[in-house]
Write a new protein. Structure first.
Length: 195
């Protein structure tokens, strides 16, 4: 795991440093996530529980290559929470979006790109999560940003491409009869500082 993190950090820093003379650089960022994961399903009772959205947070680093048309790889630690009736599902993950953006008017830019995620940890209040189908998954980020010199703010939407189910274990439920979709569905507000 430490090797994966190191590889991702190097993959952001080295290309960015190589193009530093073109107004590119590296920076730090953080902010809030308004998140909900997928549905909780019990096949024995054929019932679905839809999640209620909650606020989470994220912190990380990014690189930016280019000015008017730019590439922006990021490495972000994210913590999210979704409520299902009286239970809560919490997830910690590493996100690695690779965004392509274009400056459209003054400080305003638009961007989009794939977001690779690695799930670090999950917890569902009183219930044990057995196996998440995929620790690695891919989604999509797209949004708008405002940049004023070295300070930036952006709003984006993230959604996983496919369901990523986890089997749920509980004294009253057969693990083959209950699943939880861990796919992210979130609005993300970030503040960034170019170093």
């Amino acid at each position: 795991m430490k090797k994966l993190i190191l590889i991702l950090v190097v993959a952001i820093i080295i290309p960015t440093a190589a193009f530093a003379q073109t107004g590119s650089g590296i920076g730090i960022k953080g902010g809030l996530n308004y998140n909900a994961n997928g549905k909780y399903f019990e096949s024995a009772t054929n019932t679905y529980k839809n999640p209620e959205r909650n606020v989470g947070y994220h912190v990380g680093v990014f690189g930016k290559i280019g000015t008017k048309l730019y590439l922006k790889p990021e490495l972000i630690y994210t913590k999210t929470k979704s409520d299902y009736d009286n239970d809560s599902f919490e997830m910690e993950k590493l996100d690695a979006p690779v965004l392509v953006g274009v400056k459209v008017l003054g400080p305003l830019s638009v961007f989009a790109g794939p977001a690779f995620q690695y799930i670090l940890d999950t917890e569902y209040n009183t219930i044990t999560i057995n196996d998440i189908k995929e620790d690695f998954s891919v989604g999509l980020n797209f949004g708008v940003g405002l940049n004023f010199n070295n300070i930036g703010i952006d709003v984006r939407y993230e959604r996983g491409f496919k369901e990523n189910e986890a089997k749920v274990i509980n004294n009253n439920i057969n693990p083959n009869e209950a699943t939880l979709d861990t796919r992210p569905d979130q609005l993300i507000l970030s503040l960034s500082i170019m170093l």
